[in-house]
Design a protein around this ligand. Sequence first.
Ligand SMILES: *Cc1c(COP(=O)(O)O)cnc(C)c1O
Length: 958
Amino acid sequence: MTDRPTIADLASHVRFADRHIGPSSGERARMLAEVGYASTDALIDAAVPARIRSGRGLRLPDAADETAVLRELRELADRNEVLTSMIGLGYYDTVTPGVIKRNVLENPAWYTAYTPYQPEISQGRLEALLNFQTAVADLTGLPVSGASLLDEATAAAEAMTLARRADKRGRTAFAVDADTFPQTLAVLRTRAEPLGIDLVVADLSEGLPDADLFGILVQYPGASGAVRDHRALLAAARERGAVGVVAADLLALTLLTPPGELGADVAVGSTQRFGVPMGYGGPHAGYMAVRDGLARQLPGRLVGVSVDAAGDPAYRLALQTREQHIRREKATSNICTAQVLLAVMAGMYAVYHGPDGLRRIAQRVHRHAAVLAEGLRALGVEVEHEQFFDTVRARVPGRASDLVAAARAAGINLLRVDDDSVGISCDETTTGEQLRVLWEVFGSRLPGTVEDLDRATGDALPPGLLRESGYLEHPVFHSHRSETAMLRYLRRLSDRDLALDRTMIPLGSCTMKLNATTEMEPVTWPEFARMHPFAPVDQARGYLRLIRDLEGWLAEATGYHAVSLQPNAGSQGEYAGLLAIRAYHRSRGEHGRTVCLIPASAHGTNAASAVLAGMRVVVVACDSEGNIDLADLAAKIEAHRAELSAIMVTYPSTHGVYEESITEVCAAVHEAGGQVYVDGANLNALLGLARPGEFGADVSHLNLHKTFCIPHGGGGPGVGPVAVREHLAEFLPNHPLSDDAGPHTGIGPVAAAPFGSAGILPISWAYVRLMGAEGLRRATEAAVLSANYLAKRLAPHYPVLYTGANGLIAHECVIDLRRITKETGVTVADVAKRLIDYGFHAPTMSFPVAGTLMIEPTESEDLAELDRFVAALAAIRAEIAAVGAGALDRADNPLRNAPHTAAQLAGEWPHPYERSTAAFPSGAGGADKYWPPVRRIDEGYGDRNLVCSCPPPEAFAG
Ligand SMILES: *Cc1c(COP(=O)(O)O)cnc(C)c1O
């Protein structure tokens, strides 16, 4: 007998859960003592209502260590067979410049950032998004572009609803050209039906159909590759007062007359081919640009230029009053999380290549296509269109399947359009060698070389549609041509921002936890990154296995029967879940069930999604404790009994409390014939402890970019899987181009790609594999402990607003500043901005209750960081007290003037407090001090003077 540890003991020091969970066991013991419990079990028993607790642990594979999980992922990756993709249909292989791949996509300074609601610590990513907006606006020839949408198909659907809002005459028909990507058509169908929009699909080159149109959409170039002149069509639409939408390929627009000059009101599309890997369907940034007069109708986020307290230009989100978090059921759309990280990449691709580089890339793509077509003609193959950009459609009567198979045997995927034609799309990676292979597949070896044919073949772009106007003239698109310059630009921008790689981001409702490096690594492996979403499924076996595993694990974790990973954000999961409820009622002949009950405290996406799903929102009051007011619920159910479709509740509530009444709420709604939607964005407080499908809910969405470690990326990407009980499973999303994406009885697609943002699913897969059932449960317990620890430590300084049983909270706490504000004039914004001087990202401001701050520490922050945060808030409370007592000036004090910049300290100092108090309060920061690049930003100014593309450099002079 010896005390020597065994080999197995020695291996346990690499347990991933202990890396993921911040506080060590010793620290957790100290935290428990502070909260007043002897053990974690005792705390959890006291905090989580027994009636929702799951009787058993999760049945998941045992945790594996990081090396083993990477090995498993490598095996999955190896089961994917990445061929040359010439399928097209909106997804193209692209070269991600290494400097962008490593320094944006693989760089935590960019990928762990939060949505830029605190603009002073987000100037870097806001500038990057402004570059994106400027590139999109320039290329489309329209003045205002938003800061990214979820994908091309949903952007088209958003354009359709925008057109309808803009229509003053209440018309109901929307015409779509038949030569539009099939997945876009399918998503438009899904979205049109519940809104009562009559979708007319027709060949619009023959003129407008005879319908009461509020808008039209054409693809440019078309899905078939044809480049048509849409001027007359768009003029005819405008004549009728209908909004003209053009779904356009940005790369083609470097050579073709842009939509704005053709007469379009709106342009939409994808920016994937600007350096963003296909990733089996996503994530990529969709875009939308609009003409003057429609900016206030834009869905999603919009970056604008404003000024800071010194009058210097500064960026921030513009016109937020359009968005769901403020307008709720009257919002322009339900979009919250979008695709910021991917928009940053696409914008940087434009910055790096500049207008000349982009044009050359586009010309090369086009030349390959033109030469390909000429070679096919020489082989006697009929090419359908004379004029195209990158896609050649070959007529091959009866031979399409054989040719697609032969090309595949030669390592190339083509698009089988029907029995008689195939589509071939060239992209940035296309080579002459690939053209030669294709010619052999189609006929025989050509006598000449690709070079000979290149010299002998003219362009195939319509002469009347050649682009004459300039684009990307702003210096930012001309100054970063060397890799050194680009590297430093990326570094300079990320240094302006606070992301998780520098500080805790204590945001309530958003679960900013660790995004582990091991989880992130596989995302850029080519076997995952270069897969086309419509590649034959037998080439994507690794992906399919990973998808089925994750669906199964999430079903187990939530207690539901089936899961769809297609929705590419929480809002989209909500929408899919509500459509499933709608379809269920209708399948039972209950068409009149259209009322959706939503508590006053709900996240803004809930109400906006319900409206998109064709429902009417009825608000249920909350009581003074923040819980659903059961009397009001009973009254609302009674008033709408026959029309009751569903209730949408967030659990634990958006107030961060485990409501005891949840099972009664579910029962009351069920009794009246309604369905229960539990918004699962707060699953971080339930995972491993309770399962919504078990305690009474019928459907939930989860946010993998919250609970399951996909990074926020500055506001996206996300994945919002929807999980349902058995009776709703037949109504999950599906996809016209994949039999594996959902039930054939489903509601249609809610995203462009069959499995949504499949490219980032390895992150959540890895998280579950690394943690195992016990690790996930322990993470939840640590999150609840950390939140209660913070609540306890902050309570002497600030009132904690809501608590549940035993005075405990769930995973987040709300501190109430309303009285403090009344007494001292110091606002939540002052506290949030002052935290920047202390080196912290602010908590969530004024949600779910105005005048409060909501804090969610997550399980990943260690005790030192929690204590540093408590110390900062305590010191700020002392400063507030000094304002209250008159020791600090009421108007000119460090809170009101926060944040303080370095430039400000170096200049004249007119304030009645010390410079050191301004910049190094309570010794905060020291050598590691974070310096905000701008002073407090005037939000209103920017909305009154809307500027949404790169300002001229003179704006920054002096
Ligand atoms: C984050 C969140 C959502 C929205 O999710 P997105 O991915 O941003 O669309 C919905 N509900 C709650 C409670 C949330 O916290």
